[in-house]
Ligand binder design. Sequence first.
Ligand SMILES: Cc1ncc(COP(=O)(O)O)c(C=O)c1O
Length: 399
Amino acid sequence: MTRIPHDTSGEPNPLTALSLDQLRRRTSMKWRTHPEDVLPVWVAEMDVPVAEPVVRAVTEAMRTGDTGYPAGTAYAEALAAFAGKRWDWPELAVERTAIVPDVMLGVVEMLRLVTGQGDAVVVNPPVYPPFFDFVRHAERRVAEAPLGADARLDLDVLEDTFREVTAGGGRAAYLLCSPHNPTGTVHTADELTAVAAFAERYGVRVVADEIHAPLVLGDARFVPYLSVPGGERGLSLMSASKAWNLAGLKAALAVAGPGAGDELARMPEIVGHGPSHVGILAHTAALRDGTAWLDALLAGLDANRRLLTGLLAEHVPAVRYRPGDGTYLAWLDCRDLGLGDDPAAAFLAHGRVALTGGLPFGTGGAGHARLNLATSPEVLTEAVRRMAEAARAAGGARG
Ligand SMILES: Cc1ncc(COP(=O)(O)O)c(C=O)c1O
């Protein structure tokens, strides 16, 4: 695997650009859910300024009154160019894409295309909690195929689950999280090729949530599911939302492999009424012109995961952390702290630091908490100090 050249020349680390005072003026979920004395390192929003190319695109739209309905394929073209350069994947076909309001609503639409009411959707817990909620919202049932103890796909468990959910002859889908939230696991080409072979063998349709795809650090490489042998019948959801912090500017893309294009074409046209034109402009600018900014971010995140490793070892050594190569999320095994099933509740109550509790992530979530690394080294340091304080105050620390 070749290393992605991270060209951070001229781009400052966006994670160190904003002070805590500036961040506290934000009105988004991360900053307004808890009182002011709580340090928020939970929901997947980043403490960064918006990349200049995005600011320019949105400002220009405001200046010219370009605030109507969306048209055209510029977003898909920008993603295709990005995928070609970044992932050596030139086969993303613009004609096999559709704009959807956001990734999770896109997931629901893809599940509607390939499964029926009551059919099973396989997920790999611990996993992003809305996977459970949206599958149920789509009137499908969740089947769990937990990750292995190494936080990687357990291919034996996955195959067994595929076999079970299709045993009665029903349709089934697999909602793959790639890279995986919350562990940051970046699935390898071999793993994904095995997934595609099982999917083919049992007739399970793969819907890959690849929202974190640009957020891969160091030597690891993101492999698009649709690019692996046998992945042609897959459907993917991609977006600039996570990597450029654009959750407030909703827009995402559904992408079909060559064997799923006809199905994607059957997605109701009205789904395309959901995304915002300005959101699409923002996402397009990020993918087209935001690569240097992204590389500076990735360098900062890489430093932060090393910093976190050191801070935990020093201040709360009972917490186990295996840094993932993808996402900006750290999945912390706090079971040895003695804080019970929901250590995030103890961190909040006794340390005034907000992490995401592990329980809603499904099997494997108890005793865990998820920490958002996309912040400054100062905030990260203070967050761990507060965690250590909480562990001491709760009387649970054993190290
Ligand atoms: C794996 C995953 N999918 C989807 C989303 C949400 O994306 P959207 O806001 O586009 O629905 C997130 C947000 O953190 C996520 O981590």
